[in-house]
Design a protein around this ligand. Structure first.
Ligand code: F6P
Length: 472
């Protein structure tokens, strides 16, 4: 099977899981990348190349719910060195402002190279002559150049879902030049924000020595690579439709009832990741309860923490810290049937998430650094009555578009407490003014528009119709 459009991401949209009866099955993969790209691929009828999770080998291409999926297997050692190691203990913290200390190990780098080559080879096999391959995210930054070598006929796009760091941080990476050269294999390199695109172009000029001109990099072989911002989004109409459904609204009512019908519900929804600022936000909320500004009799904070990268040490430490904090806050501040924090360490289907968004009066999204944060946009899409309040970190890519949120610096605990109170006490008129503007922004810039813009620009630059794209 050869396809005109190939999307390649570290993960397939479904994850191989072993059920309690010992049989194997598939479950939706965690994270924003999958939620964003799934509706795009469904519409375009392409194939998706990715790792199915786990260490099972020999899985054949298959169809799941109308999607054509091509698995790339990893051994246990490769999962450790490539995925948990180089991708998530080197690149992830480095690209997120060094919120945790990145580890640099040469064996992890070797593994990163060999796994990127495996992904590139798989793409080369399944892409049709002259087709388009869209490479996703930091786990696969060497794929564009490796693939171009194997298949110079292809149009290659790369999109980075996470932040791209300023040169002061990126330069720490012992393999900085190879990563930049890997990305330069693409015709178009897309980022979440114009600042990220500018960081990339500047680094290419400084470190690789290519001539650059705004959003363009001119290579010695005559090729031009374009770098620009394409802020990712969500299936706005799909979320709104779900939010309007009878079953979701019924479920939202049930959730409120089960919590004792509090006057106000705060909500946080994140992968359990140290970049998300979960600890600081719960601490800020706890202080407000302790100080009597918020009463557990009429408020609760629901924190959904989706299990993530549980074999990586920093993630285990974080889980213990959050468990301890929630235990302490509930022990000190909660009452019978009235916890201060309702903490859920689990992942939920879209319907249940929509019901939580419907139930929540104040949505709290406070990462220290985040490429975009689609949870903030999902919340906005679900508030079709123009109510609800969003507290959003200035350091999430989403803050560039959702200017009417209560914007906070997550390092500033007092600032965060004030914003919680302002959002909590804002008049219905104020909330609706802000929500209406944010809904307009997200509805006009949904994920279909994002993909169409990227793929149209890729077709243009691939065909030599290179104009100066936005963002750098
Ligand atoms: O969006 C960032 C991202 O790392 C994706 O690349 C990834 O699929 C998602 O978050 C979830 O992380 P993981 O695949 O490591 O579970």
């Amino acid at each position: 099977m050869q396809s005109e459009l190939v999307v390649v991401a570290n993960r397939l949209p479904v994850d191989r899981v072993t059920m309690s009866d010992g049989t194997s099955g598939w479950r939706k993969s965690p994270g924003g990348l999958v939620s964003a790209l799934e509706p795009v691929l469904r519409r375009q009828d392409g194939v998706w190349v990715g790792w199915p999770g786990g260490t099972e080998s020999g899985l054949e291409p298959f169809e799941d719910d109308g999607l054509h999926l091509v698995p790339v297997s990893l051994s246990a050692q490769e999962v450790e060195e490539f995925y948990e190691g180089f991708a998530n203990a080197t690149l992830w913290p480095l690209y997120h402002d060094v919120v945790a200390k990145p580890e640099f190990h040469r064996e992890w780098w070797d593994s990163y190279q060999s796994i990127n080559r495996r992904f590139a080879q798989r793409c080369a096999e399944v892409a049709a002559e002259g087709g388009t391959v869209w490479v996703q995210d930091y786990q696969l930054q060497l794929v564009p150049a490796m693939l171009r070598e194997l298949r110079p006929d292809l149009r290659i796009g790369f999109y980075l879902h996470i932040p791209f760091p300023p040169s002061e941080l990126f330069q720490q990476l012992p393999w900085r030049r190879q990563i930049l050269e890997g990305l330069l294999g693409a015709d178009l390199v897309g980022f979440q924000t114009p600042a990220a695109a500018q960081n990339f172009v500047r680094l290419v000029r400084q470190r690789v020595g290519h001539r650059t001109q705004r959003s363009q990099v001119h290579l010695p072989d005559g090729r031009t690579v374009h770098a620009a911002a394409y802020p990712i989004s969500i299936d706005y109409a799909g979320f709104e439709e779900l939010a309007r459904s009878e079953s979701v609204n019924q479920r939202a009512k049930e959730i409120r009832q089960m919590l004792g019908d509090p006057a106000k519900i705060f909500l946080g929804v994140d992968r359990l990741d140290y970049t998300k600022g979960i600890y600081a936000r719960l601490r800020a909320y706890g202080e407000l309860v302790r100080e009597g500004e918020i009463d557990v009799e009429d408020s609760v904070f629901i924190q959904v923490a989706v299990p993530s990268r549980e074999q990586v040490e920093q993630y285990r430490l974080l889980r213990d810290e959050i468990d301890r904090l929630v235990g302490r806050l509930n022990g000190d501040l909660g009452q019978i049937g009235r916890p201060a924090i309702a903490y859920l360490h689990s992942s939920y289907p879209r319907e249940e998430m929509a019901a939580m968004y419907r139930a929540a009066d104040v949505m709290v999204v406070t990462p220290y650094r985040d490429g975009m944060n689609l949870v903030a946009k999902e919340y906005v899409a679900c508030r079709f009555e123009d109510d609800g309040a969003l507290v959003l970190s200035e350091f999430a890519g989403a803050a560039e578009e959702l200017r009417q949120a209560w914007l906070v610096n997550p390092y500033d605990l007092n600032g965060m407490k004030s914003a919680f109170l302002e959002a909590f006490r804002a008049s219905p008129k104020e909330r609706s003014r802000r929500m209406r503007a944010m809904r307009r922004q997200v509805s006009r810039n949904d994920v279909a528009a994002w993909a169409a813009r990227f793929l149209t620009d890729l077709a243009d630059v691939g065909a030599g119709r290179g104009h100066d794209l936005n963002g750098a």
